[in-house]
Ligand binder design. Sequence first.
Ligand SMILES: [Zn+2]
Length: 687
Amino acid sequence: MEKAYDPKLTEDKIYELWEKSGFFNPDNLPKKTLNGGKPFTIIMPPTNANGNLHAGHALVMTIEDIMTRYKRMRGYKALWLPGLDHAGFETQVVYEKKLEKEGRSRFQVPKEQLYKEIWDFTQENKKNIENQVRKMGSSCDWSREKFTLDPEIVETVYATFEKLKKDGLIYRGKKIINWCPKHQTSLSDLETADAEKEDKFYYLKYGPFTIATARPETKFGDKYVVMHPKDKRYSQYKDGQKINLEWINGPITATVIKDEAIDMEFGTGVMTITPWHDAVDFEIAERHNLEKEQIIDFQGRLLPIAGEFSGMKILEARPKIIEKLSTKGLVEKVEENYKHIVKTCYKCGTLIEPQIKEQWFLKMKPLAEPAIKAIKSGKIKFIPEHYKKIALHWLNNILDWPLSRQIVWGIPIPGDESGDTFDTWFSSGQWPYASLGFPKSKDFKMFYPTDVMETGGDLIFFWVSRMVMFGLYNTKKVPFKTVYMHGLVLDAKGQKMSKSKGNVINPMDLIEKYGTDALRMNLVVGNTPGTSLPLDENKIRGYRNFANKIWNASRFVLMNLEGYDPKAKIVLNAKQKKILADLQKQVKTVTKEMDSYRFYSAAEKIYHYFWHTFCDKIIEESKKGLSPEASEKERKATQHALVEILATNLKLLHPFMPFVTEEIYQQLPIRKKKECIMIETWPSGAK
Ligand SMILES: [Zn+2]
């Protein structure tokens, strides 16, 4: 055995050994290691094929590998299915930034060429990401790897679309959508972010009324003035009454509309509406069957309806419009520093401009109902539990889902004249059954429903809830039995990592410095589900020292095995019996923690036992039993106890620190030919 442990000399070699063994593929697991052959399945959240693994991915790989390795050792047919996501809009945004840097724009590149370029870009990333997933020690079955644009996946996505259509759940509608003027696409509500903004708030004279607005540039087409039917201040005005008045570009005729959606307390209790560019106004217009006119084009410029302001960008036009209204005496007052919440594109921060656009929509309520029922009845367990409530709240208030995206990078919507693609979550939402070859494959029958979906808490709506809905809709079964939500990985100071702050930690750099096992331990110990976790280099250094400690302790044991015979009859003394009985208790406790998904606690308990009991006490005290003065009988018993304790600890540690444990196991005298610890049986103190 080498004097010191060197992860660099070990990790790639050990990973190759595992890959060659074929045991990542559950079909290859030897019968004798299986405990009845019950399947255990995790579908890896498909990594976006547009960059490198970040710290969050490292956490995903670590937790899911721990679960998989543990279940494999417990005798399950453990399948961890890896995959990559084309990640439609996300990837296109990354690629557009790349184009911008090269001085090109997506709008100048022909669609087919752009698609081809992004395809090549993702294929390059794919290889890179696969290598990084390997670096993390992930024991996933590469022979079953899937990409969301694989022909069979696209086929499943299309079949679902057709089925939804047939069931009357898909419709094409001219409805208001969130439009990003920079990215030139519609976005779902989930793809927008709220931002607080300070603007001026204008009180404008609109005939006999005063209306208040932060967006005078939308007001050109306003010809409906709306108030609450119970507002006594305006009881003399009747629904449908016409009023002639002077407006921005001359005289207009306004119509009075009474609607209960109006907040009497807000502003003056009277507002004009812009149905084309505001979701609430759109609803009012729909209810009263009012005309809708577009004021702002898709690039964010005013249309000819704005008269002299036509062609101007809205922010440029705003002060000019106010100036004109002022000279006409139509500005009553201006409130400075008006704080309000605005919707922005979650990728570029550009103000969302609501627009009416013909789109494909999916009716969500009929899909949500079975999901609500399944979650309420406990068919899906949430860890931590509060995510159940969060999911139910969202599902209970769900709105129809706009599926069309005006980007090339995605799965084309069949029969769409404008060449739109699906929202990327429409395909990833079907991932658990699509990646297993639904409906006919053997894998689908064997491994579905899957056992655990492990992912970030921020994906509860985007992804998890949609997988539940699609899973129930297509397969009549929940797609997974347990949802495990991890928190954010932060920097050492507990701050969110971001490129602009310059505090992004690259997991591959940490592996290079300290080894994968050390990084994995840092990602697990102290990490309770759902809470954020600081990535602290000092701690990782500590776990590298722990890997060395394991190595040195093992080296000590192995160097003192002269004359050791695993089959020899031995007689343990009382103290040794007590130590082994305590070890069984430790096994029992650790197993219980593993079964309850308390990996942080299991890892900590193993760490402390190894360091403070095994190294500090047991090894120290064994030195006498190994010395030349000891009797043959005494030495044999000591050797036996040490090997037993070491082997048990290596097995308990293996899911957490797979590389160092495998490397040592390969040198243990109790190892049978060609075996690896990866398929060893979990210690049996559990029973
Ligand atoms: Zn945008």
